[in-house]
Design a protein around this ligand. Structure first.
Ligand code: ATP
Ligand code: FE2
Length: 342
């Protein structure tokens, strides 16, 4: 079984092809990099419209796949930036009609979870999903992924990107701050904002910029921000792991590429006798392969959408969509049972 997936939710346009063993046969991506400032949705969407046809061609060529060999076309329906989502959805609809293949809608966040889960080999891990727009601790229960904790303001990646731009850099800020932090020597106390299972970053942003204005060196600030922010994420992940008595943790989203974050979460999980897994960089950041893989899981259960009903959903939360492929036989029996009488 082969599925082609299209990712276009934010800065990256990407097309991937996977088979039923989650082998990535092809992955062709292009990231929109603004010269100044952050991402402008319209400009990013224009970039996606320009590059997607070529990315489709490259993916088919790289995977040595003919359209007639594909079983379905999957696209990221949400969440994301409206114009960017529409660019990918339009290409997905066109290919589905032209190739006469079913169209499969995929939630972008669930796709980050599923690719990390299959690569980890863990059946029911807790997921720390740390990306630009999202910061969530997720676990599966009764038919869908549940968000156990999340950011109360911005996603951690957006926070890192914005901070780096304030420091005079360009998007993306996360990898640049990671390099800068390696030179950091002094840890400056910053607001550690954990509220139960939730986190917040705006206080840390204000405090860091105030320290910068007082002349604290950038590497020390990058180091302090990483140490503080990643400790917050590790804490809420540990609480989920402890309460659910989980077997392990998988990381997903662009910030999950960060070596310090990986090291901190790994130390915590292994200290509890569990397993930690982070996908390789190409599958941690936004990519078409994770859309294709999640599309394949959905397609196997006949989850398709008509072109007319395939509108994008910029605010489609992780816990809004069902994930029938995760249901155990017992859960299916409950769902299929008639409602109790009386
Ligand atoms: P989502 O819609 O899932 O929020 P996204 O659009 O943010 O996705 P991703 O590719 O998952 O896209 O993540 C991009 C983010 O990851 C950016 O904010 C970037 O700065 C951050 N990032 C990438 N590499 C690193 C790194 N090594 N350390 C920290 N942050 C990183
Ligand atoms: Fe993402």
């Amino acid at each position: 079984m082969l599925v082609l997936g299209i990712e276009s939710t934010a800065h990256t346009a990407s097309v991937g092809v996977v088979d039923e063993t989650a082998k990535v046969l092809a992955l062709a991506s292009s990231m929109h990099r603004p010269e100044h400032g952050g991402i402008h949705p319209r400009e990013a969407a224009n970039h996606h419209v320009d590059v997607l046809p070529e990315l489709v061609g490259r993916a088919l060529e790289e995977g040595r796949v003919r359209p007639s060999e594909l079983d379905a076309v999957a696209f990221a329906q949400g969440p994301g930036l409206g114009p960017c989502l529409r660019a990918g959805a339009t290409v997905g609809r066109m290919l589905s009609m032209a190739w006469r293949r079913p169209l499969v809608p995929v939630n972008h966040c669930v796709a980050h979870v599923e690719i990390a889960r299959v690569l980890s080999g863990l059946d029911d891990p807790i997921l720390l999903y740390a990306s630009g727009g999202n910061t969530q601790v997720i676990a599966y229960a009764r038919g869908r992924y549940r968000v156990l904790g999340e950011t109360l303001d911005v996603g951690i990646g957006n926070f890192l990107d914005k901070l780096w731009i304030e420091f005079g850099g360009t998007f993306p800020g996360g990898p640049a701050l990671e390099r800068e932090a390696l030179e950091g020597r002094e840890l400056h106390p910053l607001p550690y904002s954990v509220h139960g299972m939730d986190v917040a970053f705006s206080g840390m942003m204000t405090a860091t910029l105030a320290l910068r204005a007082r002349g604290v060196p950038r590497p020390d600030l990058a180091y302090s921000v990483e140490a503080t922010a990643y400790a917050m994420l590790t804490e809420i992940t540990e609480r989920a792991l402890a309460h659910l008595r989980g077997e392990g943790v998988v990381l997903g989203g662009g910030v999950a590429c960060n070596q310090r974050l990986q090291g901190m979460v790994r130390a915590m999980v292994e200290g509890r006798g569990g397993t930690m897994f982070a996908p390789p960089r190409s599958l941690c950041v936004d990519n078409g392969a994770m859309i294709a893989w999640t599309g394949l899981l959905a397609h196997r259960l006949g989850v398709h959408v008509s072109v007319a009903a395939s509108g994008v959903q910029p605010r489609q939360r992780t816990d809004l969509v069902t994930t029938p492929w995760r249901e155990s036989p017992a859960e299916r029996r409950v769902a299929a049972a008639p409602p109790p009488v009386g």
